[in-house]
Design a protein around this ligand. Sequence first.
Ligand code: SF4
Length: 338
Amino acid sequence: MSIITRTSDAVEPQDWRQLLAGSFRQASELLHYLNLQPADVELSEQACRDFPLLVPRPFADRMQKGNPQDPLLLQVLPQQAETLEVTGYITDPLAEKHANIQQGIIHKYHGRVLLLAASGCAVNCRYCFRRHFPYQDNRLSRKQWQQALDYIRNDNSIEEVILSGGDPLMLQDEHLQQLLQQIEAIPHVRRLRIHSRLPVVIPQRITTALCHMLADSRLAVSCVLHINHANELSENDLFRFKQLQHSGVVLLNQAVLLKQVNDSLRDLSELNKQLFEFGIVPYYLHLLDPVKGAAHYDVPESQARHLHQQLQQILPGYLIPRLVREEGGKRHKTLLPS
Ligand code: SF4
């Protein structure tokens, strides 16, 4: 792992936990902050009750004030369309219930296992395929943590542990460190992958302590960020992503193709260029998982393939993410041709 310069966390301008605590939880407050009126958007109280609004301030700061069609706002705003029943849109679109073989563990893929390290997120994305996931059944006691780690210890085909959630970076650094040490002590585990949206919605989560911890790990570490639009990345935070990268962490991105958010050639090409400039490899472009309440984000597969084909005509190959769909019960993602 590469060496990074050590500085005190005391120099961090703002603590991510304070920023998280100050998140918007009321749609009216978020709209007021963005200079919008309730009449400007199709807000739904029912949708707010079903899946509460949660938006950290640094993410709201990336939204354009006065624009009800802002692509970041549309990802987090509880809209009336969520309450419509649409055939084929269900609560567990990836059939994870069957792969949730014990508390805290989802084992779908060969050689890899998902450890549900945290049940909360820093942002509630309305299109999330786990928006109905029974996190309350997967909150682990100390004993259950040990059982989850025993599961990994007892299956020596598992080479990669994927920290998922919720968002695993919701864990405090000390807890993350303890978890990391326990995983590192399992000889057959070689790689650690962290799926997180926190570095995007609260970039201050990329603390110096976190970077040191990952730099010092014996595991090969990757972090999969979930960025859907170029506006989510601010030049002001470039140094944080560089710090993470200089810690030896491979940064990858999985975007979801979302109607009115990023379903244009311009938005997608700008996203992939911006990712690369931040040291993040465009990895996957996912079709929407058909989760109940998210049908209004759907982009038809034919349109997705056409967009992907157009991307190939204007961008170099290393800026083209793989177009994929995930299907419940399948042991790998389905690659879609352009
Ligand atoms: S951060 Fe990830 S897990 Fe959390 S709501 Fe958004 S998409 Fe879902």
